[in-house]
Design a protein around this ligand. Sequence first.
Ligand SMILES: O=C(O)C(=O)C[C@]1(C(=O)O)C=C[C@@H](O)C=C1
Length: 98
Amino acid sequence: MKTHDKAEQLASYRKTIDNLDSALLHILAERFRCTEQVGHFKAEQALPATDSERERRQMDRSRIIANEVGLSQHFVESLMKLIVSAVVERHKEIAGET
Ligand SMILES: O=C(O)C(=O)C[C@]1(C(=O)O)C=C[C@@H](O)C=C1
């Protein structure tokens, strides 16, 4: 492959990566918009920010999906924990505001 073609190939891969990153972040923002509503609902109903049983079931489900799509279970679990811990922090903030 010529140097120019190699550069074009890499640029093409990176365009795809940028599109996928954008899609991922849009979906993540949509999830946070939903959990924001859950946070307000929980605060209004005086429910705790954390639901450990729900998180356990989510982790089980995430591990199954990770296997189905060929992602590392460890990676998916870490990612889900990162996201859910940010949600719990936000729910605590909302509860403190009300
Ligand atoms: O399902 C809930 O009760 C939520 O508050 C949402 C969520 C999540 O981000 O998925 C966040 C915190 C809970 O501990 C469990 C799950």
